[in-house]
Design a protein around this ligand. Structure first.
Ligand SMILES: O=P(O)(O)OC[C@H]1O[C@H](OP(=O)(O)OP(=O)(O)O)[C@H](O)[C@@H]1O
Ligand SMILES: O=c1[nH]c(=O)c2nc[nH]c2[nH]1
Ligand SMILES: [Mg+2]
Length: 169
């Protein structure tokens, strides 16, 4: 079943929200300083990680790949989480920042936290079920909202109101 609500995020808004997250994370590394490096959770965490890394002047980027969604070709159907690539450079995560675009059910966050218990875990967006698993985030949306990211969408023509109303739309 598809969630009834959508929250559309443009490139501009994503950039603004990622910068807001960088402000929140500044000075949250070990002993109030910089993080040793950033672990991006692919794929959604890659662009937020690039923006935050630029703002925090962090040049060491590791990645972790957890595959959960997209079973049966359906974007919103989930399967068992599989770690396709572990974040080997980050050890147990101590002093590292882990970044993802969002936390939803918390399945992905739970798997990554188990691998990197010492890390600071941050997302730009959070839904209530996953929120307890993140240390920092910017915007909360309701659990039944599906966030539409700019890399998953494109602008398209929409009929004028008068025309769609005449067609009964
Ligand atoms: O809290 P959860 O219920 O685990 O959902 C959150 C995860 O789902 C999305 O990734 P997805 O698995 O769709 O893969 P992608 O980042 O490669 O698009 C999103 O980027 C988070 O990583
Ligand atoms: O694009 C997405 N939007 C979401 O709300 C979401 N939740 C899990 N995975 C997601 N991917
Ligand atoms: Mg993801």
């Amino acid at each position: 079943m598809s969630p009834p609500r959508y929250y559309t995020v443009t490139w501009d808004q994503l950039h603004r929200d990622a910068k807001a997250l960088a402000w929140r994370l500044h000075g949250k590394g070990p002993e109030g300083g910089a993080f040793k490096g950033i672990v991006a959770i692919t794929r959604g965490g890659l662009i937020p990680a690039a923006i935050v890394a630029r703002e925090l002047d962090c040049r060491l980027i590791e990645s972790v790949s957890v595959i959960t969604y997209g079973k049966d070709g359906e974007e919103q159907n989930r399967g068992e989480p599989t770690v396709a690539k572990p974040p080997v450079a980050a050890g147990d995560g101590t002093g590292w920042l882990v970044l993802d675009d969002l936390v939803d059910t918390g399945t992905t966050a739970r798997v990554v936290r188990a691998m990197l218990p010492g890390a600071h875990f941050a997302t730009i967006y959070a839904k209530p079920a996953g929120r307890p698993l993140v240390d920092s985030f910017i915007t909360e949306v309701s659990q039944d909202t599906w966030i539409l990211f700019p890399w998953d969408t494109e602008p398209q023509f929409v009929a004028p109101i008068a025309r769609s109303a005449a067609a009964g739309g």
